[in-house]
Design a protein around this ligand. Structure first.
Ligand code: 9MR
Length: 387
């Protein structure tokens, strides 16, 4: 989290949805769903991103954390005004939610799911099985029996608790890593080590059993660019999806994270769209699950940087939204006041300037990036209404 960004002095940005200031004061009382601003999307001077997306059959959501909501009610206010879905950014990760074997702590996740529900918004779960953010008790090389038991208990508890309340779940996250010796391009993780590739099918079956209504999603990154590396990642992903579908595994959507980083290579819309079509031909929906932009190679000047980030994002969304299988767009954060990008040495800028990855600036004002997302929704073709 970058408190420095919050202090950043900036000129006024373009106008975004305007909300009742009284509600912000109530929000300062804390996170309790009743204390937070009850925001009327209809009261805004311009349509929310949720409304623009919904008009085209797309669900628009934002990820946020309980800590952010508590520290910055203005951030919650933006998310409640703009989005139709909230995604707990960290609260449902294994290490956060099951700190000791079989001991679950749902307090923070519940707060965000309740917040969404009390504003008639959807929630989505992130992420049941991921090699990061694991609790230490899992260890680096659990036995087959240990991992099998842990997986059933964990997925059963999370999907069971929120059954009927999650639009979708990221069941397995970041499974592809084709740099190793494995010809299938699967990432070596404690799950793969203990259970082999079958852990993926097991995770989806356990999730489907506990929550038959959630759209079960395989989620990954670096699937869009026209580079040899990302082409390998796309091929490994398509192979895996084919194997899963052939076996009748209940995977229903591919989540493409969408952490845009122009430094990673060019984007050829046709190559990316043909990958999305190949995924759709397996009967899957496609979700953009973690949209933001790493601006490490963009100019330092704020106006020029924001413009370049907006253009990159508009081009990206225009390409993906042209595909009717793309039914959801979620941003991985709300405001530049809080971002993972500056916390990671591979993504932060080298000139010491704070990154500007989000739709709203550090003072919670809309940026050109917000306008670019709105434009992309406005010009997207309509698709049948998604749930
Ligand atoms: O934004 C998240 C950051 O706050 C956490 O410290 C980190 C580790 O749990 O995860 C970040 O979110 C990641 C997401 O869960 C999966 N895709 C990549 C995201 C950015 O690193």
């Amino acid at each position: 989290m970058t408190r420095a960004n919050m202090r950043e002095a900036e000129g006024p940005g373009p106008r975004g949805p305007v909300l009742d200031r009284r509600l912000l004061c109530r929000a300062l009382a804390g996170l309790g769903a009743e204390a937070l601003p009850r925001v009327s999307k209809a009261a805004s001077r311009e349509p929310s991103l949720a409304a623009l997306a919904a008009a085209k059959g797309v669900v628009f959501g934002m990820a946020l954390t309980r800590e952010q909501v508590q520290e910055a009610p203005a951030l919650a206010r933006v998310a409640l005004a703009e989005a139709a879905m909230l995604v707990p950014g960290n609260e449902l990760k294994w290490g956060a939610v099951e700190p000791a074997p079989g001991r679950f702590d749902f307090v923070d996740a519940d707060a965000l799911v309740d917040l969404a529900r009390s504003h008639r918004m959807q929630s989505r779960g992130h992420a049941l099985v991921w090699h990061e953010a694991l609790p230490a008790w899992i260890g680096t090389s659990p036995t087959r029996a240990e991992m099998s038991g842990a997986l059933s208990r964990h997925i059963g508890a999370l999907c069971g608790r929120y059954a009927g309340r999650m639009h979708s779940w990221d069941v397995v996250n970041e499974v592809i890593e084709p740099s190793g010796e494995r010809s299938d391009g699967l990432r070596r993780t404690p799950f793969l080590g203990a259970l082999g590739e079958d852990y993926i099918a097991r995770a989806f079956s356990l999730a489907a059993e506990a929550d038959p209504d959630a759209i079960l999603t395989l989620n990954d990154y670096d699937l869009e660019r026209d580079t040899e590396w990302q082409a390998r990642r796309r091929a490994a992903m398509l192979d895996l999806l084919n194997r899963l579908i052939r076996r009748g595994v209940p995977v229903r959507a591919l989540g493409i994270q969408g952490h845009l980083d122009p430094a990673k290579g060019p984007l050829d819309p046709e190559i990316f769209r043909s990958f999305i079509r190949a995924v759709a031909s397996l009967g899957l929906s496609v979700f953009i699950t973690e949209l933001d932009i790493t601006d490490r190679l963009l100019p330092g000047d704020i106006a020029a940087r924001d413009q370049a980030a907006a253009e990159t994002t508009r081009d990206y969304l225009t390409a993906v939204l042209a595909e009717p299988s793309v039914r959801m767009v979620v941003t991985w954060g709300v405001s530049d006041a809080y971002s993972w990008v500056d916390g990671n040495r591979r993504t932060r800028r080298t000139d010491g300037l704070a990154s500007r990855p989000h739709l709203y600036d550090g003072a919670f004002r809309p940026k050109p990036l917000r306008a670019a997302v709105a434009d992309a929704f406005r010009s997207a073709p309509a698709r049948p209404i998604a749930r």
